[in-house]
Write a protein that binds this ligand. Structure first.
Ligand code: ADP
Ligand code: MG
Length: 325
């Protein structure tokens, strides 16, 4: 996709990543088929999710949104293998997920790190547990310290770190195990706005440079649209998928579009559509353009489109990024 607001060259690709094929793979990485899960037994049993079905393809950045308590974390926990579904099944590369393992990395809002270990030791934990040779552990640790921008803090203790730095450690500690998919549950929900934006840039850069598949829960519609190639919207409890929206903003930005893309008419329209679905409100997004929405962000008064002109959405900006599905 080309985007007219070109601000810079696309970032260089690391050598281990093949060029030009990131979204060309059509084999499903994750298949969720009719997932239902109830907590409790007998009369006290209550359904958390009902008949959740979706697929995730390699290289996708899937963001999940939905009302609080609708079952987003429950879906993630099933994908991680932490809890089995009551009904349905979840496959990774066509094989049933039987429990937690390193093929799915998980990052929570409050990452459970080893507080009294250094950053380096925390990141090296997985490879050490796998018994990799010392030299290889050191090489991988240096690589992932660099990927999350923590080279300078490698020897600091985790208890000394800020929230954003802790999340960087958590991300590196997951990625170093080379999981097939990174599962993130509102990872930036507790961070201040500036740090949050920096972390979004970091995750997008990692996704773009490594082509890692990411499944990311957020309650922030702007965050979802700034990161995702697809947004899954869930209904209220017991949650099910009510909308599967392709989103092209993150990829366009990674390819060189500038910040104005976040204020484009297409962005605004997608934002409105998602919020309307979540809040159960209906109507044309443009109708609400004058006010502040429930996330507190004022709507742009005169949204401009992707070509910089007022009005008229260009084709393809929100299109599926040539994934072939
Ligand atoms: P979300 O992440 O969308 O906010 P959750 O997946 O955490 O929602 O929860 C979905 C529903 O399942 C909620 O009603 C919640 O109270 C319930 N729930 C979640 N975890 C448990 C648990 N371990 N035991 C009992 N009920 C739970
Ligand atoms: Mg949750």
């Amino acid at each position: 996709m080309t985007f007219p607001f070109s601000r810079r060259k696309p970032p260089p690709q690391p050598p281990e990543v093949p060029h030009g094929v990131p979204f060309a793979v059509t084999d499903e990485l994750i298949s969720c088929e009719g997932l239902s899960l109830s907590f409790g037994k007998g009369k006290s049993s209550s359904p958390a999710i009902a008949d959740v079905s979706f697929s995730v393809f390699p290289g996708e950045f899937v963001c999940v949104m939905g009302p609080s308590g609708c079952g987003k974390s429950t879906v993630l926990n099933v994908l991680a293998g932490f809890i089995p579904p009551t009904r349905g099944r979840v496959l990774l590369n066509r094989e049933r997920i039987g429990g937690a393992d390193r093929h799915r990395g998980v990052v929570f809002q409050k990452p459970p790190l080893f507080e009294w270990f250094s950053v380096r030791k925390n990141i090296a934990f997985g490879p050490r547990m796998r018994g990799l040779p010392k030299g290889e552990i050191a090489r991988l640790t240096d690589l992932y310290l660099a990927r999350v921008g923590l080279e300078e803090s490698a020897d600091r203790m985790v208890y000394e770190l800020s929230g954003g730095m802790r999340q960087r450690v958590a991300i590196a500690r997951s990625l170093i195990n080379d999981p097939e998919i990174l599962l993130m549950d509102e990872p930036f929900g507790a961070l201040d706005a500036l740090t949050r934006e920096q972390m979004q840039d970091l995750v997008r850069r990692i996704w773009w440079n490594t082509r890692k598949t990411i499944f990311f829960i957020t309650h922030d519609v702007d965050e979802a649209l700034k990161l995702a190639t697809r947004v899954l919207v869930m209904s209220k409890s017991p949650g099910t998928i009510v909308k599967d929206l392709p989103a092209g903003f993150s990829r366009a930005y990674a390819e060189g579009a500038d910040d104005r893309i976040w204020f484009s008419e297409d962005f605004y329209r997608a934002r409105r559509e998602i919020l309307d679905l979540i809040t159960g409100r209906s109507g044309d997004g443009a109708a609400g353009a004058a006010g502040a929405d429930e996330q507190g962000a004022p709507a742009p008064e005169r949204p401009f489109n992707a070509s910089g002109a007022r009005g008229g959405a260009p084709d393809g900006l929100c299109g599926t990024p040539s994934a072939g599905h």
